[in-house]
Design a protein around this ligand. Structure first.
Ligand SMILES: NC(=O)c1ccc[n+]([C@@H]2O[C@H](COP(=O)([O-])OP(=O)(O)OC[C@H]3O[C@@H](n4cnc5c(N)ncnc54)[C@H](O)[C@@H]3O)[C@@H](O)[C@H]2O)c1
Length: 329
């Protein structure tokens, strides 16, 4: 299986690359414009960086075991070149923050919608049959809980709207062009490799290790569904190969509802156990954030044969350790 990963130097992309390369028969090609991610994320992997000109002069379809090309998913010519010889595309590259999308809705839409369309077009032109799209629970927005795939959608942010649009194009490319597109709506992903993320677990650990007070938006009663990155990566891996899932959308999360207050308590006990005294304070709620969010993941269990394995205390412990606040700290 030869897999192209867009956003391959990001949090999830680098973890996915490592997991796929654990199979000696697998090959990966990473694409990233390095706007957020860094090749350092893959420093432990045997990945060769190839200059775009050198790549373009290779014969079509040549595929190294593990390679990385700097480029932008908004560049349609570049995408057409890099999909040559690929069996499946995992499209992760995106502007991935809710607050950023509220500040710059057009920029987020351009990358998340046009970038996705470019990748789908490249897949269509090259005859690639499998396309996995990183959607988000933010595509659903306000909904009855738990969220499942049949609930009506009502995004609360341009980010959520852009992910919903991406799901729409995936459905269209499945029906119009027979590409087995699979949209995975990730819950709140956390874990090793998330040092640059502004999402709540990474932010809390950074604040705690800097000796700062943990800052909770609102009263801490808002809920999220936290999924450990390696569990998510396994769902992506399955989505690239399980048959009969073309055109489908899946909620991928732990399937449990955790308040931000509970998350902070869990983290405080992990960090205090490591000798970090941590305080919590409450600030103004943030626009674009859903009050409740957690997922019914039974469809992914049934059709992908997937289930999460790492619970929140264990996942937080592993994450804190990666941040350098492990057992000995
Ligand atoms: N992390 C989460 O909790 C979460 C939750 C739901 C959905 N997602 C989605 O999963 C995907 C990956 O998220 P992540 O947490 O790894 O984010 P990330 O920001 O760590 O990684 C995204 C990568 O894409 C790259 N990128 C951005 N714009 C690009 C462009 N135009 N061309 C090429 N590369 C570009 C960035 O440099 C970065 O390395 C995103 O689509 C995100 O929206 C993430």
């Amino acid at each position: 299986m030869r897999t192209l990963i867009t956003g391959g130097c990001g949090f999830i992309g680098s973890r996915l690359a490592a997991a796929l390369l654990a199979d000696p028969s697998a090959s990966v090609r990473l694409v990233d414009d390095l706007s957020v991610g860094s090749p350092d994320a893959n420093a432990d992997l045997p990945i060769a960086e190839i200059a775009r000109d050198d790549f373009a002069s290779r014969s079509n379809g040549d595929f190294g075991r593990a390679e990385f090309i700097v480029g932008d998913v908004l560049d349609a010519d570049f995408m057409a070149e890099v999909v040559e010889g690929v069996d499946a595309i995992v499209h992760l590259a995106a502007e991935s923050g809710v607050p950023q999308s509220i500040e710059r809705p057009v920029a987020a839409t351009r990358v998340n919608v046009m970038g996705t369309l470019n990748c789908l077009e490249a897949a269509r032109a090259a005859g690639i049959r499998r396309f996995v799209f990183a959607s988000s629970s933010a595509a659903v927005g306000n909904s009855e809980m738990p969220v499942h795939e049949r609930r009506p959608t009502s995004p609360l942010s341009p980010y959520g709207a852009s992910k919903l649009a991406g799901e729409g194009y995936c459905a269209a490319y499945f029906h119009a062009y027979d590409i087995d597109t699979v949209a995975l709506r990730f819950g709140n992903v956390y874990g090793p490799g998330s040092g640059h993320k502004t999402s709540v677990v990474a932010k809390f650990i950074r604040q705690a290790t800097a000796g700062e007070t943990l800052e909770i938006y609102g009263d801490g009663s808002q809920t999220r569904d936290f999924i450990y990155v390696d569990d998510l990566v396994e769902a992506i891996r399955l989505a690239t190969r399980v048959e009969g899932v073309g055109g489908e959308v899946f909620q991928i999360a732990a399937g449990s509802e955790t308040t931000i207050g509970e998350l902070a308590d869990n983290l405080v006990s992990v960090l205090n156990g490591c000798g970090h005294g941590v305080q919590v304070r409450y600030t103004e709620p943030r626009r674009g954030d859903a009050q409740r969010n957690y997922s019914d993941t039974s469809k992914a269990r049934e059709m992908l044969g997937w289930q999460p394995r790492v619970d929140l205390p264990e996942g937080l412990r592993r994450t804190a350790e990666w941040f350098g606040v492990g057992e000995e700290a």
